[in-house]
Design a protein around this ligand. Sequence first.
Ligand code: HEC
Ligand code: HEC
Length: 225
Amino acid sequence: MKKIASTYIFLSLFLTGCNYSMLKESSDERAAKFGLPGDKISELSYSMINHRIFFPRCVACHGAGTNVNLETYAGVVSNLALIKKAIFQDMSMPKQGSLSVEELSYLWNWINLGAPEQAQNGNLSPAPESILPTYDSINTHVFMSSCKDCHNPNGSGKRILFDKESLLNSPLELIIPGNPDESGLVIAIERMDDKRMPPGKEGYSQLKDEDKLAIRKWIENGAKD
Ligand code: HEC
Ligand code: HEC
């Protein structure tokens, strides 16, 4: 009788989509693996999780207008059960690569707290080191730090300046709102030949994926903010 019952439990777990490693692991073990110290727990907010996980790791495929929109708090909250299932049960997301244990811990604990928008310590502001798809954030994180050496009125790249006015009105069509693929700025930072910006031959490494994605998103959203 006992054997039948455990077979039944095994089968029902199996049929509800749990995979093998989930069956091996008790929820205590999982809690231990994803444990965070109290001060980290009190920092968990939507903007922190968005900056660390949804924006860099999911939004390229899950933007506004897709079935699972992870670009806004409302979108994330309405898909919470699916997210939990896709990440912790099916382990099918993100589609490319996987989340680190640290990222999983943040996400796991945030979801278990009820996916709060605001952190327990009252901090709503985004982690300062992360880039957002807005002109100001891109200016601080990219133009001022990686482009201004040459793209200033006295530099070798003076024909192209990155104050908002010049950038949006450039005759080189650096920004075509809604169309990142054909925007000169995106082409310049994504191309892989010796015309890539910032220039490899001058010893500059290419922009981080996160920075490229923020620029793409900003243009896709109309280059307004
Ligand atoms: C490279 C593209 C890509 C990335 C990156 C990506 N996804 Fe997905 N995701 C998809 C596609 C495509 C689907 C559609 C259905 C499928 O193939 O499972 C999907 C489906 C989903 C679903 C719905 C699953 C279901 O059972 O209906 C969720 C939830 C999800 N993704 C969450 C995430 C989260 C969270 C991240 C980031 C940690 C992420 N995805 C990153 C492409 C991606
Ligand atoms: C080491 C100097 C240097 C740095 C750093 C640099 N650029 Fe340039 N960039 C140039 C020069 C020189 C040109 C050519 C200017 C011209 O045609 O008058 C140029 C041209 C461009 C163009 C126009 C490309 C075209 O096809 O006409 C874009 C867009 C551009 N840069 C973007 C950037 C961005 C974005 C960054 C920072 C992420 C950056 N550059 C960093 C030197 C630099």
